[in-house]
Design a binder for this molecule. Structure first.
Ligand code: GAL
Length: 659
């Protein structure tokens, strides 16, 4: 259920007029009109103002703002302010303060300072949300609810006494019998057999490694506790204001590890995602594209909302680089190209005080005489021209496997190499596909993937039997699967699948691995036919698969680095190392084999995405780029193009099909 209003593409952001004298509202409303802002998020961190003393709810100050915005035609995404419990609440219920894995109870003064399992927090949440929902029931300005803020970031796991109590309840419900838990956790290792649920603690800091199966379950449990806190609010809001969509904003790719978004997305009426550039990272627009594709994928391809990004610099990175001219526009339109029906910012007006005073806003400290404000106004005009795209879809022929449980398990302690991280391989494959101008969906390995020509599994370390069977069926039915090393190694309890690696995928890949040979830091090996590789080497024995390329040097010289296994109507490929430069070639081989169509001969600084019959061309490079094979009308300047379009350096052109 997508919010009915505003029409077209929503434009605006977090709005915090409570930080300013009352008069600012009039000025802001005028500026919002100038820029075409049509949606703002209100009240995100305003618990202390909404409930200044226990049980005393004061919404008068907010009514004034909501009414004024409504009058001005700006719709409201009203937040529940539970991400910032007030000082009086913490003083009265100090037991809600979260405890870190190391045993430190955090203090008041920041935000996210309450544990999602703490009864006092849940009770106060329910009372406040009920009061808020009752107060704004039927208010025409409120078009959607924004619950909390970025669950799990930065508070992923809590180790307080309430969490431990809830954890034991969760374990009992999950395993029922303590012997089942002992078996799942491999408790005979290091003599950890439990005889009573009360003996089980959270996997808190220990001077050696804590049972990995216990930690994996704690990650699942902790994420679920946040979801319960969310669902408590959502259910109340649905009851009080039926028909008004409820969401919470995800923390994009930067901070998304602790939240399993496949599970979260099912709980939301509309998926909302935040994304912030890692300012110093070269080509950080590729990470942006990944974040947007992931948001669209967890939304099941449905339109989603970019709930936050920044107009310029953020303030929480080591060096907070300002966006270059045109960069904010490219970023915004890239999100729209990849399925977002909104472009929203943190925040409308930059704050004068507090922790985020050096964070950019749509209205910067420099005011409306700035280039930044001019870009904001121009973006508003651009987005109005894209109104017709609302609700349209992005289709992909290629999917990448992304599973949070595998992410968690892969990054627990004592793996064969510290260079094995979830994002390292994920980013490498995504980037190579992006540079090949291939738009991808992300998929969970247990879901229906039969519609994709190619599925790529970058280091899918944890793979259940059922998911492995799903991949097997996919290939047999004619699919093309490319698997990278350290995949299919363990089951859902971080227990190694029986026999030689990769236990869950041996048959499908037609090979077995005798021994891992992780490489030293900075060590490279060469591949037969040219190219080097890093991080990983291993001894592959084909058993049905054929070697496509061998290692030329290193511990596995003369043995396969890339294999191919024709199975049923499809093909399974296996890449046993991390090519330094050749990943694109490997992918191109698989894409060609599968007949995946993509533009050829374009520089890899040009982003090309199709949405709802429109072609988005985003030039991230310093040279003009001519794209052949495009006919239609340029949405922004109305120019007709017959067969080719030239995109200026840094520019974005959107071509609409000729009716
Ligand atoms: C987000 C958060 C916002 C704001 C922003 C700054 O993670 O949701 O409230 O802090 O970061 O970049």
């Amino acid at each position: 259920m997508y919010p009915e209003r505003p029409a077209g593409i929503a434009f605006g952001g977090d709005y915090n007029p409570e930080q300013w004298p009352r008069e600012i509202l009039e000025e802001d409303v005028a500026l919002m009109r100038e820029a075409g802002v049509n949606l703002v998020s209100l009240g995100l961190f305003s618990w202390a103002l909404m409930e200044p003393a226990e049980g005393r709810y004061e919404f008068g100050w907010l009514d004034e703002i909501v009414d004024r915005l409504h009058e001005a035609g700006v719709a409201v995404d009203l937040a529940t302010p539970t991400a910032a419990p007030p000082a009086w609440f913490i003083r009265k219920y100090p037991d809600v303060l979260p405890v870190t894995r190391e045993g430190t109870r955090i203090g008041f003064g920041g935000r996210q300072s309450a544990c999602s399992s703490a009864p006092a927090f849940r009770e106060a949440t329910a009372r406040l949300v009920r009061a808020l929902g009752e107060h704004y029931r039927g208010h025409p300005a409120v078009v959607m609810w924004h619950v909390h803020n970025e669950y799990g970031a930065p508070l992923g796991e809590c180790y307080c006494e309430h969490s431990v109590a809830a954890w034991r309840v969760w374990l009992k419900a999950t395993y029922r019998d303590i012997s089942a838990l002992n078996e799942a956790w491999g408790a005979t290792f290091w003599g950890q057999t439990y005889t009573d649920w009360a003996e089980i603690d959270a996997p808190r800091f220990n001077h050696t490694v804590v049972n990995p199966a216990q930690r994996l379950d704690y990650a699942r449990f902790s994420d679920g506790q946040h979801r319960e806190h969310y669902a408590l609010q959502r259910d109340l809001l649905r009851e009080l204001t039926p028909g008004i969509p409820v969401t919470t904003n995800f923390a994009g790719t930067v901070n998304c590890k602790s939240a399993d978004l496949w599970q979260w997305a099912r709980e939301l009426d509309v998926v909302a995602n935040d994304h912030y550039l890692q300012a110093e990272r070269p080509d950080n627009h590729i990470d942006l594209a990944m974040s947007a594709d992931l948001a669209r994928s967890v939304a099941g391809g449905a339109p989603w909302m970019l709930m936050e990004h920044s107009a310029g610099a953020v303030n929480w990175q080591p060096r907070n680089l300002a966006k270059r001219p045109g960069e904010m526009r490219r970023n915004s339109l890239a999100h729209v190209a990849r399925g977002s029906d909104s472009v929203l910012f943190f925040q409308f007006r930059a704050s004068r005080f507090g922790a985020e005073k050096f964070h950019s806003g749509m209205v910067p400290h420099a005011g409306t005489g700035s280039e930044q404000w001019r870009e904001v106004v121009r973006l508003g005009a651009d987005l109005r021209k894209l109104a017709g795209l609302r609700g349209s879809r992005v289709r992909a022929e290629v999917a990448v496997v992304w599973d949070w449980e595998s992410y968690w398990a892969l990054e627990l302690d004592w793996r064969p190499s510290v260079d094995l991280t979830f994002r390292e391989r994920m980013d490498a494959f995504y980037e190579a596909l992006w540079r090949e101008h291939v738009t991808v969906d992300f998929v969970h390995p247990s879901t229906d993937i039969s519609g994709y020509r190619v599925v790529v599994a970058p280091s899918s370390y944890l793979l259940t039997e059922a998911s492995a069977k799903n991949l097997h069926r996919y290939v047999e039915a004619g699919g093309n699967l490319l698997v990278s090393y350290f995949s299919g190694i363990v089951d859902e309890h971080d227990t190694i699948h029986p026999g030689a690696h990769p236990g869950a995928l041996r048959e499908l890949l037609g090979l077995s691995v005798e021994e891992f040979h992780p490489l030293r830091e900075h060590e490279t090996v060469t591949l037969a036919g040219g190219g080097t590789a890093r991080i990983w080497s291993e001894r592959v024995h084909p058993a049905g698969a054929v070697a496509v390329r061998d290692f030329a040097t290193g511990p596995d010289a003369g043995h396969p680095a890339l294999t191919r296994h024709d199975l049923g109507a499809g093909t399974a490929w296996y890449l046993a190392t991390a090519p330094v430069t050749g990943l694109r070639e490997v992918l191109a081989q698989v894409l060609d084999h599968a007949g995946v169509s993509r533009p050829r001969g374009l520089p890899d600084t040009l982003e090309l995405v199709r949405r709802g019959g429109h072609v988005f061309l985003i030039n991230h490079g310093d040279e003009p780029v001519t794209v052949e094979g495009v006919t239609g009308t340029s949405v922004f300047d109305g120019v007709r193009h017959e067969g080719s379009v030239t995109v200026a350096p840094g520019a974005v052109t959107v071509i609409a099909p000729t009716p």
